[in-house]
Each structure stands twice: as structure tokens, then as C-alpha cells.
Design a protein around this ligand. Sequence first.
Ligand code: G6P
Length: 429
Amino acid sequence: DELELGNYPHYMLKEIYEQPVAVQRTYSGRIGPTHKSANLLDIKITLPPQLNSIVFLACGTSYYASQIGKYIIERETHIPVRCEYASEFLTSARLFNRQDLVIAISQSGETADTREALLIAKRKGIEVAGLVNVVGSQIARIAGQGMYLHCGAEIGVASTKAFACQVAALIIFMLYLKKHLSSIRVSGDITPAHTPLLEPSPSFPSPQPNQPSSSRLFDPPVTKDVNGQPLEESIVRVCSALRDLPVLMQHVLSNTTTMSTIDEIVAFMKDRKSAIFLGRGIGYPVALEGALKMKEISYIHAEGYPAGEVKHGPIALIDEDMPVFFIVSASDSVVLTKIVNNMEEISTRGGKIITVTDCEPTNSDEKVQAQLKRVRSISAYTISVPCSDLCCSPILFTIPLQLIAYRIAVEKGINPDRPRNLAKSVTVE
Ligand code: G6P
């Protein structure tokens, strides 16, 4: 009955509403059913004996999911990650390192650019894997190892539930890396921008000046994560958040306040020619995905941008006719302060702000409360999704953006399942 529309007017809407169940299918059998323990089952991805970096190859929405994966993996494990547009990879002189782990991300498993880029890596003898939805597809077969998303058939051309499941699969992959962090050997000397590498430890070997940095084994064994939380506890924390996620997603989909705010945003947006989507940190790839949905389904020109980059160009476009969507993650306090400044910059130039945030009005932190108050007062429209672990939040943020794009398309008489010039699976390079 997956192929039946049932009471839904379009597959896209059906698939948006299927997301809670789809995400549950992605994690089922991979994390245990109780909140007490992580009970994380190993996935079949062999890591190179010495890891230089993880390289994601993908196109379209899958590429934006890979960017969320990069953010999550680097933040939680400090293993370097590169995201490559498969098409660019094929035509530029981008390099693989023999110690890279190359992972193709694809819903269909048939995207020609992703398949060809993966083949190049495989022929070079590099360890490859796939995160794929369609069982037995070409990319799945070439990869030979990895994870199936199990999100069910996705018929609508614009990817919705596959995106949610890709992010869920990437969270599970991050947990797998975290679980084995003590035995992962990472090449080179890695210095993260903001956070200390690991808990300072007297026996932790620090690189000596004038000596070539070789490999770094996480030795002594890693016991705490980047936030200082014991590793096992932090794995349990994210597993619990994943288990709770379908209920929170359902909450977004059935929230009447959210739906009436979406009605207002649709009425405001439907005759617009352009929009800008901004986010910082994990909100940035969400902004890119929101802009992509707006383009492909609603035919409104939309640009996704890192919020901090706006002052280097796009701010010239801001006037009272320019709607600006902000993705505001309340759980990242560094980002929150900076993005509120960016919102002020847009607001003082007359830009109409539409905010998707996970700020809950009951949040007890006074500083956060003050920022959130400001967010609400400078936003023309605000949609609040429930708070979750930062890793899971992109899935919640994306749902209203999918619904807005869908609803605008319907208002404009566009069939969202068959947008012009687009194909579900692009099998030519
Ligand atoms: C097409 C589809 C997109 C999809 C992209 C990558 O452009 O319209 O929805 O994200 O291909 O597809 P893949 O199957 O490789 O994820």
C-alpha cells in the first residue's frame, strides 16, 4: 500500500506525513528499544586501518544531508569529513587519499554522477560504502557495504522522507564511530576550531614542534566526548533522542498553531519572486534544503546561505520585498547569539523575517529566553518545533519548510509530485 495515495492528494504530502514511521524504520534494529542503554548494534562499514577523513559523495537533497552528517560527525567525534558534489568530483581534480573512507549517499542508488564518483574511488582501492534507500540499486551494489535507509518507496520527485532517514542514518553512523573511537587511528594532527580535542589528559601525546605529525591514536582510550560527557552516556543520550524523535515529528505534523502559521506564510509567500534562507552551524544545511524545496516545488527563486556570510553580498538584496527565512537553533548558544545579530541586520533593512526555531517558551535559561524573545519580536512569522538533541534537530526544522514549499506549489496550481524539468532519479551525467 506504499504505492497507494490513500486519502492524500499528492505523494509528496503523503511522504512528509510518513516521516515519523520512516525514521523509526531507519533506526529499528540498529539501536536498542529501551532508554536505559545505548545497545548500539554494529553496522557493516569497514574503516581503513588509518583514517585520513570521511568523504561523502552525493547530489541534491542527499548532498545537504551529507552536510548535516559532516557537522554531526566532526562535532561529536572530531573525525574530519568532506562533502563532495559527485558531479563536481567527476570534473575537477579533487583527490582521494588511500586512507579516506568514501561513502556515497543516495535515495535512489541510481544517480549517475554519484555512481561514477564512487566507482572511481573503488577502482583506486579505497574503502567505500553506501547510505542508500533502494535495495539492490547500482550504488548499493558497487558500495558492497553500508546502510539501507529502509524508508520505503519515495515517489514524489522532491525528496522528503529520504532526507529525514539519511540524517537518521548519519546519526547512527556517527554513534558507530563514537563507539569505536578508542580504536580509530586518525591520520595527522587535528585541531578543532572551538572545542578542545578531548578532555585534557596528562598522558595525552601532544605534537612536538619541528617533528612531522604522524598518526594520532586516541590513546589513552577515549572515555569522554567533546562535551565532557562520558562516551557511553553520550551515546545513550543520542540514542534516546533518536527514539523520541518520531513522536516529536508527529507533534510538528499535527500541531494546529504550526499549521495556521504555515497558512499565513503560504499566503504571504505565494506571489513572491525570491526568498533567502539563512542558518548557522547545523542550521545552514537545513537552510540550503529549505531553499531547494522552495525552488523545485514552488518555482520561487531561493538562495540558501550561511547567515554570517550575508553581509558579504546578499545583504544588498534586502529590502521590504525580500522574505528571509532563518533557521534558529536554540540548543547551540554560540550560534544563537550570532544569528540574532544577523536577524537584526536584516530587520533594520526592512527584510521580512520568517523563523523556524526549536525554542520552547518554557526554556529556563534566562539568557536564552531573552534571545528567544528578541527572535520572536523581530520575526514576522515564527514556527516553533520541539526541542531535541542538536543532532536530531535538522529533521524537525525541515518539516515546516517542506510543508510550506508543498502548500505554495498547490496554491499556485503546480503538481508537486511532477515539477517541471525535474526527474526523481537523474541517470545521466
Ligand atoms: C534528483 C531528485 C532529488 C534528489 C537528487 C539526488 O535531483 O529530484 O530529489 O535529491 O536527484 O538523488 P539520489 O537518489 O541520489 O538521492
